[in-house]
Design a protein around this ligand. Structure first.
Ligand code: FAD
Ligand code: NAP
Length: 354
């Protein structure tokens, strides 16, 4: 293992010990042996040099979709690449580019303030612009892929910048190519968005339809942005108050026969048809029906208003959160024969090179 306190003369990036507790929204106590902040694309080549000295590389954004172990000995690269600009005002779309380190909500807020509408349903999602393509973030009927034009990513081993379009990113429900490659293969540097003109409101979700001022009228993007913020503040635990990583499980996708058999047996089953003929089951409903809402296993708990959200009740480790997740998965599988898949990325250090 390299000694991070030793000078690394051939790179401007100086790795240092870092407490990662404020860098993950679950609030798990964690420490990095070697942490650097990436502030400019000109540092990417040096980062590749540095990464070559460690067995693994953890690319870190806002830490809002991560379960960390108490000690990370691999290199941690915190992406802090800034900048938002209008690339083109096309008649059919606003083309916007944002640096990967930009705060996602700040970016959405700036777009709405500039009249570049189309991202308002994705307001108040924590994290960075660069992590948004990783799980194709989505909320209230809009996902990143719907507003995506392309991205530029650094291939760490090959030391080159690569432009990727939507096909190359292989977007699917809360999924992309980046979740399937070895961790540390890519650093997303910037993301380009195409926000369609004329703008059209997306108001399919019942919570949005119920929100005063939206139903029946012709709401503005600003009104939807404000409504989404209000609903989320009322419904979701604030990570600054109680540690969490948002939804801990993806909504499972099942074939129509499985869904029909479950619906016959459990008439309250909540499910939504998908364009490919499958059905999306509401994982929160399955967990709630198994009696987990508001319960806990030691310091790891299930939020009392939203059964999909696991919380750190104080002093939980990643292992505590994963033990609770496993117990929930077992109960849901026993009762419904449905496999729940965790949504956050669970970090496990690559072992030291032997
Ligand atoms: P991190 O947690 O830092 O990283 C997540 C993954 O992305 C890791 O594998 C990391 O290595 C990788 N990564 C990060 N940055 C880069 C980069 N620049 N290049 C390459 N890889 C990178 N998600 C939704 O989809 N919809 C929601 O509505 C939603 N609501 C949430 C609400 C709360 C309260 C919380 C806590 C989370 C919520 N999430 C939601 C999950 C989370 O906010 C998103 O997944 C977000 O995109 C993660 O961003 P991050 O910067 O924190 O990523
Ligand atoms: P909700 O609106 O109460 O809906 C419950 C579930 O039903 C959601 O999972 C949602 O699927 C699905 N759903 C509701 N209406 C739908 C429709 N018209 N068409 C298709 N699916 C529908 O959910 P919530 O918990 O309050 O969250 C609101 C939104 O924010 C959701 O989109 C959710 O994904 C998102 N969110 C995500 C996270 C995260 O960490 N990933 C955390 C908080 C909120 P979808 O989840 O597929 O949208």
């Amino acid at each position: 293992m390299p000694d991070p306190s030793q000078a690394l003369p051939d790179t401007p990036l100086a790795p240092a010990f870092q407490d990662l507790t404020p860098f993950n929204t679950l609030g798990l106590a964690a420490r990095a042996a070697a942490f650097v902040s990436l502030r400019a694309p000109s540092e990417l080549d040096a980062l590749s040099t540095l990464a070559g000295r460690y067995p693994g590389l953890l690319v870190l954004g806002g830490g809002s979709n991560l379960v960390l172990p108490p000690q990370v000995d691999n290199l941690v690269a915190h992406v802090a690449l800034a900048g938002v600009r209008l690339l083109e005002a096309r008649p059919d779309a606003w083309i916007i580019e944002a640096g990967a380190g930009e705060n996602w909500h700040g970016f959405v807020s700036a777009c709405v303030a500039s009249g570049w509408d189309g991202l308002e349903n994705l307001a108040l999602i924590p994290g960075t612009v660069g992590a948004a393509p990783v799980q194709n973030i989505g909320a209230y009927g809009v996902e990143l892929a719907d507003r995506f034009l392309g991205l530029t990513a650094w291939n760490v081993a090959q030391r080159r910048l690569v432009d990727m379009d939507a096909a190359a990113c292989r977007y699917a429900y809360r999924d992309s190519v980046f979740k399937h490659e070895a961790p540390g293969t890519w650093i997303i540097v910037s993301v380009r968005f195409a926000l369609p003109r004329p703008w059209r409101a997306v108001l399919d979700y019942p919570d949005l339809q119920r929100q005063a001022g939206l139903a029946g009228g012709t709401p503005t993007a600003r009104a939807i942005f404000d409504a989404v913020c209000d609903i989320r503040r009322a419904k979701l635990p604030d990570p600054a108050v109680i540690g969490n990583a948002g939804s801990f499980f993806k909504n499972p996708l099942v074939d129509a026969a499985t869904r029909d058999a479950l619906a016959a047996r459990y008439p309250g089953l909540v499910s939504y048809p998908q364009p490919d003929g499958r059905y999306k089951l509401a994982a929160g409903w399955l967990i709630d029906q198994c009696g987990w809402k508001g319960r806990h296993l030691g310091p790891a708990g299930v939020h009392d208003r939203q059964a999909l959200v696991l919380v750190n009740r104080g002093g939980a480790t990643g292992a505590d959160i994963l033990a609770l997740a496993a117990a929930i998965q077992r109960d849901v599988a026993d009762r419904y024969q449905v496999k729940l898949e965790p949504e956050p990325v669970v970090w496990r250090d690559a072992p030291p090179r032997g």
